[in-house]
Design a protein around this ligand. Structure first.
Ligand SMILES: [Zn+2]
Length: 359
């Protein structure tokens, strides 16, 4: 039996090598560190089906075969072989000097492997053999939802607080904070974020605290709840912060996710692009405006995207339900990616709920 070191093969052969040199695929478009194009596994023709993260060496098909994983999983899925056989093929092709590579590797791939070596029916899931970037949490914090910061400062209902599972944390690492459970796209709890309430702490350390080692750029807050609703009128709405998500939810817009900052990462763009239509609705400050333009740029090749630029010093939660619907509908009614810019202060439009600014 040939000896094969999966880790070494993955370290030495990038997914870009596999696509370009082993398969000679040249119809993928690069956007930042992401490749997008038709899926070479199920040979679909949807130009947005297949996404590759060049940094992480991961791929995913969002339409036909819906498979995903690393370099080895790609060869296993495309060539219909086991992961071990996929590793051997890549090793032979790229690493073994005494074994000249096959002249037309794509032809090799097209030849069905003998039934005995075929991969089992179960599909390789993304990075199954690797430690997940944000592993599931197996603890649950006791949080008190009926805290004045939630009910009064944020004007959220008890029902909304309970829906999102947020509350005041009296003990432990988030003591004195509002704890906010964060789930991955599969709905697994992966972190608790904390909103610091003590003014001096929020000033010195930032308003939010995230657990050490938590990669917020790999998660869209509320995606597991929002995505099933994203076929509706507004598609998937992307906002900056947790409380904007909750405020919009309370105003009847349920398909909302947050980037937990003012920048959409490449990975978050890939996650958001699972929705067929996305609307970016960031805060109306310079960071939000720049962030939303960058987000649109990342999303445009991946899915249909619109955006709303809010006036200065306005956050989505400052808008009444009517105004939000009007803005999101306005953004959507343009056939191409488009801007809805409002230049007057919202107060002059008479559609603002005056609130204290609590961010
Ligand atoms: Zn596919």
């Amino acid at each position: 039996m040939d000896w094969v070191n999966f880790r070494e093969i993955r370290a030495r052969i990038s997914i870009a090598d596999v696509l370009a040199r082993y398969y000679r695929i040249d119809n993928l478009k690069q956007v930042g560190q992401t490749l997008v194009g038709p899926c070479p596994v199920h040979n679909g023709d949807s130009a947005r089906a297949f996404h590759v993260d060049l940094d992480k060496n991961l791929w995913h098909c969002f339409t036909g075969c819906k498979q995903g994983g690393n370099q080895l999983d790609l060869v296993a899925a495309k060539d219909q072989v086991t992961v071990r056989e996929a590793a051997l093929r890549l090793k032979r092709f790229f690493l073994d000097d005494d074994n000249p590579p096959p002249v037309v590797p794509a032809a090799v791939a097209a030849t069905p492997a003998p039934a005995s070596t075929r991969a089992p029916a179960s599909v390789p899931q993304t990075a199954k053999r690797e430690k997940p970037v944000n592993p599931p949490l197996d603890l649950e914090l006791q949080l008190l939802p009926d805290h004045p910061h939630i009910l009064e400062d944020r004007r959220l209902s008890l029902e909304t607080a309970q829906h999102f599972g947020i509350g005041y944390c009296a003990r432990g690492i988030l003591a004195g904070c509002i704890g906010i459970p964060v789930h991955d796209e599969a709905g697994q709890l992966v972190a608790y974020a904390g909103r610091r309430l003590k003014f001096s702490d929020a000033e010195d350390l930032g308003k939010y605290r995230f657990p050490k080692g938590f990669h917020k750029d790999r998660v869209l807050f509320n995606l597991h709840r929002a995505l099933p609703e994203a076929d509706g009128e507004f598609g998937l709405v992307i906002v900056e912060g947790f409380f904007s998500v909750m405020a919009l939810h309370q105003r009847g817009i349920r398909s909302v996710v947050a980037v937990m900052g003012s920048e959409l990462s490449d990975h978050q763009a890939m996650l958001a692009a699972k929705a067929r239509h996305v609307t970016v609705l960031f805060d109306g400050d310079p960071a939000g405006s720049i962030g939303s333009l960058k987000a649109v740029e990342k999303l445009e090749p991946l899915t249909r995207v619109h955006f709303v630029l809010l006036p200065p010093n306005t956050e989505p939660e400052d808008c009444t339900p009517e105004l939000l619907h009007w803005l999101l509908k306005g953004a959507r009614e343009h056939s191409l990616s488009s801007v809805a810019i409002i230049t007057q202060p919202l107060s002059e439009l008479g559609r603002v709920t005056p609130t204290e600014t609590v961010h």
